[in-house]
Write a protein that binds this ligand. Sequence first.
Ligand code: ADP
Ligand code: ZN
Length: 739
Amino acid sequence: MPAPTVKIADATSRTVVQVLLPLPLSGAYDYLLPGHLEARPGSFVEVPIGSRSAIGVVWDPPEQAEAASPLPLSRLRPVAAVLPAPPMPAALRRFIDWVAAYTLSPPGAVLRMAMSVPAALEAPRPRLGWQAAPAAAEGARLSAARRRVLARLAGGGALSAESLVEAAAVSPGLLRAMARDGLLVPVPLPAESDPASPDPQHPGPILSPAQAEAAAALRAAVARRDFSVTLLRGVTGSGKTEVYLDALAECLRQGRQALVLLPEIALSAQWLERFAARFGCPPAVWHSELSPARRRETWRAVAAGRVPALVGARSALFLPFPDLGLIVVDEEHESAFKQEEGVIYHARDMAVVRARLSAAACVLVSATPSLESIVNAEAGRYRLLDLPDRHGGARLPEVRLIDLRRDPPERGRFLSPPLIEAVRETLARGEQAMLFLNRRGYAPLTLCRACGHRMQCPNCTAWLVEHRAQRRLLCHHCGHAEAIPPACPACGAEASLTPIGPGVERVQEEAAALFPEARRLVMASDTLAGPTAAAEAARRIAAREVDLLIGTQVMAKGWHFPQLTLVGVVDADLGLGGGDLRAAERTMQLLHQVAGRAGREAAPGRVLVQSFQPDHPVMQALAAHDLAGFLAAEKAQRAPGHWPPYGRLAALIVSSEDPLAAARTARDLALAAPEAAGVTVLGPAPAPLAMLRGRHRHRLLLKAERGIAVQPLLRAWLGRVAIPAAVRVQVDVDPLSFL
Ligand code: ADP
Ligand code: ZN
């Protein structure tokens, strides 16, 4: 199909193009396209803006023919250059417009997410790689790391520094040192190397009848080459991953690209291994911790259609796939898919939109799907596929509640006698145990015993969290860090600051005292810095080099540890406070996920849940494996008041460094609030996080019955109020966080 022409000829036959810039402007700007340049919608171009120049994308001409430039042609500035990069596909341009309209963001702010690697737009520079020097391997007494590097280069091949660093798990500095020592020599590399090509014919496991049926349905959805959404639900360990990898194979056979979104891609070493085992090579990956060179290479390869399968974080939705055929959102219920800064969007919901605009199949996967997705499936908007049983006859673990009122831990301790006993038994049998607490650091609160002063963040309405290993108090919201003071800053009492409550470091300390002979490992986002550390931790656990795991939710997700048979939940009530709409649902999902780590193979698993409220519906449903009953109760609570998913919410977050300005704007917004049947506006109220990073915050919440489009209401509302320069109003459509 020929590209639609953008030429709007005037009397002198000059061409006007609309260029969208990755800046928070209201829309695309008009430029003149000089006769010697060729551009079409999607072309990346360099244009002057003010006194500088910027790179943007030729956007599609406005719908109405008469929407000509408001500026006289003589005032338009010319496009300076067309960049040597494949044009942005139409489906991605439509997606950017759609996300901008849905989230009430400037289109340029959304475009910026799709242009996160400006360097990728330039022609690739010739690159140097490393080759082993002749006879390098013969020098005796090489370190293990050096031998790993040489092993990767065996046979005379050359690799880029990034590839070597990744493949041999060494530092870039080591490569330079090896070059100095004459072990490596620089050689030119081909300009662009193709990512490895996953082989769809590579044999996968033999699927059980239930798995095979689900896989066939997904394959058929992919083969239709049309938009569809399927919710793949199945208990932990039921083989959901195997099933959707089968759909991915079909997508490869169709010659279209497949995208898998994972909530914590940096911690997904096991997933990458499984992909490699299934398709014979690793997938392309996309997340914030990639090196700049790797980002540039990956972006260019995606744009050129050379990446058949990519696994990534939510930002991968904005990559320029030319012909996306499948999007999988694994752990679709995870709140990590929500971006809370800048353009506020939910990657699960936007994945559905991206699939629709690309005529692709979308598969949402979870053991505990969000109520949103369940209701969509029940209403027939999504197809529902269920995998009811664990693979290979493994049983779901037995879940027992420990009533902390009846079985309290010792004073100042956090593990109750029954949990301690169970860990002891498990370790004595030679099996692995896990203690789960969703809180990083040593203690969430530091209090002065003399005057009651609480150590608080100077920039946020939040307590400082002690991190004992670093001997610091940290703010988990803004990153503020300070040394633990020797005396109370309020009353001056010496040695009076006391940690209150547990974090994983404190549970580890208690476990060290109780089980000194057990080999322990702490897994939290701050102790597993990056993919390599996570992969190494997973390897050690699987290799039985660890007896007792202590960790936060990073340990709860997706891992498959065959010999782990006991999970102890240290504080199951942690997520229930705060009165959040989804507090119970989220707690249920998290605890179910954690419990799902136990007994995934032959040995049966056990889960002990410490709670002060064992009668809470979440705890009862968990113990009875009664997700359906729990969901029915949740629905009954939300439906009458039109709470999501039975109605829509949108939040306005008003913030300013000036407390008065923030309060005044919040009040002005409340006075201008929309009035319509089926629409309610709550607030303004100081946000629970009344101060964040030094900004004072107020919130308003718009609630609309299902079927009412909230965007036009919001647009009109914001249009009625003048927002001072010192005040920022963020719009959060479908908010997950109410902080
Ligand atoms: P889920 O994604 O539902 O948690 P997985 O796909 O991770 O389940 O499967 C759990 C474990 O069972 C994995 O180790 C997986 O390799 C294995 N497994 C699942 N289905 C099969 C199968 N049909 N044949 C062999 N192994 C399987
Ligand atoms: Zn802070």
